[in-house]
Structures are given as C-alpha cells and as structure tokens.
Write a protein that binds this ligand. Sequence first.
Ligand code: MRU
Length: 356
Amino acid sequence: MKPSLTTETVRLDEQTKELVLIDQTKLPGEYTLLRLSKAEDIWEAIVHLRVRGAPAIGVAAAIGLYVVTDRFQTQDRGEFDQQFRAAKEYFASSRPTAVNLFWALDRMAQVVQRNPQATTDRLKTLLRDEAIAIQREDVDVCRRLGEYGLSLLQDGDGILTHCNAGQLATVKYGTALAPIHLGVQRGMHFHVYTDETRPLLQGIRLSAFEMQAAGVKTTVLCDNMASSVMQRGWVQAVLVGCDRVAANGDTANKIGTSGVAILANYYHIPFYVVAPTSTIDLTCPSGTAIPIEQRPPEEVTHMWYEASMAPAGVDVYNPAFDVTDHSLITAIVTEYGIAYPPYDKSLAALCSSSTE
Ligand code: MRU
C-alpha cells in the first residue's frame, strides 16, 4: 500500500486507543504502520524520525500523550496530574526545534488546567477529544495553506523543495507541498525538484515518493545541484516548510534550507515558506533564539549503512536545522493569509487574527 491523500500520516485508533503512524524510516522501500501506546515507544518514534516534520510531531505528541494518559491506573486527581506532567515533559524532551511539539503539548495541558474539578475518567475523555481536534485541525489548516500557496503559483511552474514538508510531515496535504497536491487535483501541472536533503534524505526518500505517488512530475537532486537547475531557469519558485518562525520572520528549517534561500535570492527566484501559525513563535525575537537540534555524528558518517564512510574518529558537525534570514524570504504563507515583509508587523497581525 502506498501513501495517498486518503491515508493519514498520524492518527488515533479510537477502538484500541493506540497512536497509529507510518514508519517513515522505512520509506520508500517498505510501507509499515506502527501502533504505539507506551511512552518510551512514542518518544523513540519521534527522536528517530519514524514520525517527523513539525506538524506531524505535534499531532503525534498530542495523541501520544492521550494514549499514555488513558492507561493511568490512578483515580486520584493529584496523582493523575503529576503523572500527566511527567509524561508531557518526557515528550517535550524528544526534539527541541519544532515549536509545534510544545504548542500541541501545551494545548493538552490546558485541558487539564481548565478542568480542576473533573474526575480522572472525565479528563481522559476531554484529552482524547483535544488530541482528535488537534489532528483534524491539522488537515483543515494544511488545506488552507495549500489554497493560499497555490495563489502564488502558475500552471507549469518548476518548484524546488528541500526536505519533506508534504503529507508525510503533517496529517494530510502537507505545508509546502499542499499547493502542489491541491493544484494537481485541479488538473494543474508542476515539475517538482526535490533536494535529496543530507544527511537523512527526507527529500529523496519521502518527498520524491510522495510526489510520485500523487502523480506529480518529480526530479531528484543531490543538494549541491540546486544552483545548476536554478541557473538553467527550470525553477520558478522555491517552497519550503519550517520548524519555527521567529517574530522577525527568521525561519528554522531542515539543514541546507538557508543555502537554498541564498541561491534563490541570487537567481531572483521567489522563496516561499509555508507554515501553520502553530509554527510561529512570537516569543523568539529572531532566529538566534531558536534552539537548533544537534544530532548524532553517525547520521553523517554512516547514514543508513553499517560501515563508516568517514575516517574513524573524525569530528562531525550535524545540526538538524539552520536559520534562513528573513531578508531572503519573499513571503510566509499561513492558514490565515500570506505575510510579506516587514514580518515583525505582518506575522503579529496574522497571529492576532488567529486568536480572534
Ligand atoms: O528532521 P525532520 O525531518 O523532522 O525535519 C523536517 C523539516 O525540516 C520540515 O521541512 C519542517 O518540519 C516542516 S514540515 C511541514
């Protein structure tokens, strides 16, 4: 079975009360669904990128927190709250950069805080409802991102993307790839260039797979080939997702994104970031305040292989994300509309409209 627009990347099985997700470390060779209910297994799935991409991480954490909480034995509210806080903190320790993780966990915590008199059984029901709401909202938000993003594209455009900000990074549609999915459903044609995205190859493994499954013309590039395709005039727009947008518009996304933005700027190609408002963190004034995850050196030296490709003991630099300066971003597409520079004003206005 291949992923399609009818397959949700992350969901709750309401019967078995399990978190169900596509194991993305196995793609594109194997399509495996994981059913998880233990905190350690859910944490492991996030840390090892079985589920990855900012919105999908948030949804998985929310559902994960519910399925773990639902198995608490205690009926004592004080004890329940203490166990809930410990589980929330445990999930929050999984990955530091995608703010959607903390946003989703905080939404779940607010349910507990808002209902101090509720019984533990009642709280479990409320937490289930909130996790389902977060999952369903993600589908709606991504569809709206797709509509706004599509308004920036022309039929026949060549689109370059980095990492995977598609359906596999959300519940459905994706962020940066949502305009492509919607456009193709409406009979439009795009040629998507997917950077392979070293070291963990989300572009070649996931974006290329997802685009191909959706019937989109797709060409895979090694990361160092982006300049070449831009120079040839094959790319009319760059679309990327992100893990956190600071108040001034600086944007953290998969390592290598800032280099793509610099190239796009040089070749006068619009560079669009597509992100739900849950990815905007107005408490971060600029990109320097965004925590950047450092990952194990073996991801660079061994990738998926047993033998090292590097001399033993060599020093390795392996940040999972980099920050693209706001000056390089043409527009930031959200579910409430498109933000243009100056971002300190436009993002604040969009976020306040989202809370009205
Ligand atoms: O390390 P990953 O695979 O979780 O990194 C994902 C990305 O960088 C995505 O571009 C980002 O989370 C946006 S997903 C809609």
